[in-house]
Design a protein around this ligand. Structure first.
Ligand SMILES: Cc1cc2nc3c(=O)[nH]c(=O)nc-3n(C[C@H](O)[C@H](O)[C@H](O)COP(=O)(O)O)c2cc1C
Length: 273
């Protein structure tokens, strides 16, 4: 296989980037990070990991994959982080994890996408979203050409002092992320459709008596909140006033790791359970 892209995504931004990148390179396959972590990754000439920036760093599950995945020393390994407002220092973190394992990070790109962290921000309106998608498309084209050539690329973290400060906060907070799901609550408008359970990328939600229950292994991606068709899920105090968002070209079936993709899904391999 020429390229394996492992993706982690809550609202679909990182998935959309991974899918577009895969579409630009022959013999590319997509694989959810949770599956890669569980089953291991197949051999590939290039391995890319695409994920959202969480708290100036990478999601915990992505760091775990980097710590555990087995790749040959000559594999071209790169990271692509999607972010909303500030890209933080996820690539530096990835490089340091790989270095400890005697492996090299060949490049780390950051791509700006709509911000989805509703406790602090409102996701942008459609017009601004479209501007971000247009810029992202150009950037993905450039990333694909560098990856195709297996060339050394940049490490696109934010300005060094901010990246280091962000990473310090990230490290202190990361161990608590999984328990933050205590802040979720369900409104009476919940229709028990179970989409939140199916869409959760780490299988952290169980429907009990028709209501979601969070199992305290949360990655805080907010997929459950943003994808709920009736906006019945809230996180903390501020989410009631915030818009919901998911990438307009991504469907729940693309992300739902518990279900096989539909037969008309992207013709490239998307190796799920
Ligand atoms: C818990 C959480 C923390 C986030 N932290 C940051 C951050 O530190 N900097 C940033 O620019 N965006 C941050 N974001 C925004 C996401 O990185 C961004 O919207 C991303 O594209 C979402 O991708 P996804 O749909 O693949 O999950 C955060 C989002 C979440 C849910």
């Amino acid at each position: 296989m020429r390229l394996l892209l492992c993706w982690f995504s809550g609202t679909g931004n990182s998935f959309a980037v991974a899918r577009e990148l895969a579409g630009r390179i022959e013999d590319a396959a997509l694989m959810p990070v949770a599956k890669a972590l569980r089953d291991g990754i197949p051999p590939a000439e290039r391995v890319g990991i695409v994920f959202p920036v969480h708290g100036w760093g990478m999601p915990v599950i992505v760091a775990n994959l980097l710590r555990e995945m087995t790749v040959n020393p000559d594999t071209y390994v790169f990271t692509v982080a999607t972010y909303g407002m500030n890209q933080g220092g996820p690539h530096r973190e990835a490089r340091s994890i790989l270095r400890k394992r005697g492996r090299r990070l060949s490049a780390g790109w950051s791509i700006q996408m709509p911000e989805v962290y509703t406790p602090w921000f409102n996701p942008p309106l459609k017009e601004k979203q479209q501007l971000l998608f247009d810029c992202a498309r150009d950037k993905i084209q450039y990333v694909a050409s560098v990856v195709h050539d297996k060339a050394a690329g940049p490490v696109e973290d934010t300005f060094l002092p901010f990246a280091l400060a962000g990473l310090t906060i990230h490290r202190m907070a990361a161990s608590e992320f999984r328990h933050e799901d205590r802040k979720f609550r369900t409104l009476d408008s919940c229709t028990s459709c179970g989409l939140c359970e199916r869409i959760c990328p780490v299988e952290n939600i169980r429907m009990v008596d028709g209501r979601p229950q969070w199992q305290h292994r949360c990655e805080q991606c907010l997929a459950c909140l943003h994808w709920c068709p009736v906006e019945a899920l809230q996180f903390g105090r501020r989410s009631e006033k915030r818009r919901r968002y998911h990438h307009p070209d991504v469907r729940p079936e693309d992300l739902a790791i518990r279900r096989s993709p539909p037969p008309d899904a992207d013709s490239r391999t998307d190796d799920r359970t």
